[in-house]
Design a protein around this ligand. Structure first.
Ligand code: KIV
Length: 279
C-alpha cells in the first residue's frame, strides 16, 4: 500500500456488533489482505442463498436491465427499478454488505444524485451507492451528505454508446494514466470503494496497491482486493453471452448453492480469476 495512506477507520469486532458487514469490515479485510467476495443480486431468493454461502458483498447492479429485463444495455433501467430490486435484496440478507447502482442519467447533478441515492438507501435499504465514471463533484457532494459511495472505472457499461463496444479499457499508456489518476481523485473525493471493470491486470494491481480504499475487480485480474461477477453469468443462465473474464461455476455441480460457495472459496483462495479470465 502507498505511503501516506491513512484512513479514519474503527474496526469493530463483528461478534460484538450487528451481524451486517459494514464498510469498516471491508477496509479491515483489505488491510489484512483477505479477499472480498462479491456477486450481483436482484431478488430475495438469490439474496438469501448468496448470503448463506458467505459472500461478503452483494451488488444490486443495473446489469439487471440486461439479465432480468432482457435489454441490450443497462441504459433503460430506472431508479424505480433499482429501488424495487434493492429492497428485495436487502430484506432477505443477514450479513452481506449491499451496494446499489445509480442507473443512467440519475446523477446528472449533485442534487439529482442525492435525491436518487436517498431513495436507494431509505426505501431500498442499500448501505452504499455506486456510480460510473469520474464524477468527483457528485461523489464529494454525496459523501458530505453522509452517503457512502463506490466509484466505478474502466469499462463503463452506461457509456457503451460512446465506447462503441464492451472492450478492455486502459490498454494504452495514456488511457491507463487517466484511469489511475481518476481512481486517486475518486478516493480524494471521498469514495470508500472502487469497482474496476475490464482493465489489464497490471493496471489494476498498481491502482489496488496505491489506494487505501478496497478495489473490487471484474475482468481486472487476481490482484484486486476483491472480485465481483454478474450472478447470471457465473451460473451460466444469462440471456447474454458470458464474458471471457467470467466463469461458469455450475460446471462440476448441480447445485446453485454449491456453485456460489465454490466461487466464494475460489476468490478467498486467490484461485479466481485465473490467467484465462484476465487481460
Ligand atoms: O451492474 C453491474 O452488475 C455492475 C458490475 C458489472 C460491476 O456494475
Amino acid at each position: 500500500m502507498a505511503l501516506g495512506c491513512s484512513i479514519n477507520m474503527t474496526y469493530l469486532n463483528p461478534e460484538l456488533t450487528s451481524s451486517l458487514l459494514t464498510i469498516n469490515d471491508l477496509i479491515a479485510m483489505k488491510k489484512v489482505a483477505e479477499k472480498i467476495s462479491c456477486l450481483t443480486a436482484y431478488d430475495a431468493s438469490f439474496s438469501a442463498l448468496i448470503d448463506a454461502a458467505g459472500i461478503d458483498v452483494m451488488l444490486v447492479g443495473d446489469s439487471l436491465g440486461m439479465v432480468m429485463q432482457g435489454h441490450d444495455t443497462t441504459l433503460p433501467v430506472s431508479i424505480t427499478d433499482m429501488v424495487y430490486h434493492s429492497r428485495c435484496v436487502t430484506q432477505a440478507r443477514k450479513r452481506a454488505f449491499v451496494i446499489a447502482d445509480l442507473p443512467f442519467m440519475t446523477y446528472t447533478t449533485p442534487v439529482v444524485a442525492a435525491e436518487n441515492a436517498a431513495q436507494l438507501m431509505q426505501v431500498g435499504g442499500a448501505q452504499m451507492i455506486k456510480l460510473e465514471g469520474p464524477h468527483f463533484e457528485v461523489v464529494s457532494f454525496l459523501v458530505n451528505l453522509g452517503v457512502p459511495v463506490c466509484g466505478h472505472l474502466g469499462l463503463l457499461p452506461q457509456s457503451i454508446n460512446q465506447l462503441g463496444g464492451y472492450k478492455v479499457q486502459g490498454k494504452d499508456s495514456s488511457e491507463a494514466t487517466k484511469i489511475k489518476a481518476d481512481a486517486l481523485k475518486l478516493q480524494e473525493a471521498g469514495a470508500s470503494l472502487l469497482v474496476l471493470e475490464c482493465v489489464p491486470r497490471e493496471l489494476a494491481k498498481e491502482i489496488t496497491s496505491e489506494l487505501c480504499i478496497p478495489v473490487i475487480g471484474i475482468g481486472a485480474g487476481v490482484d484486486c482486493d476483491g472480485q465481483v461477477l454478474v450472478l447470471y453469468d457465473m451460473l451460466d443462465i444469462g440471456v447474454c453471452k458470458r464474458p471471457r473474464f467470467s466463469k461458469n461455476f455450475m460446471v462440476g455441480t448441480d447445485s446453485i448453492f454449491d456453485a456460489v460457495s465454490f466461487y466464494h472459496k475460489a476468490v478467498k483462495a486467490r484461485q479466481f480469476p485465473s490467467l484465462d479470465h484476465t487481460f
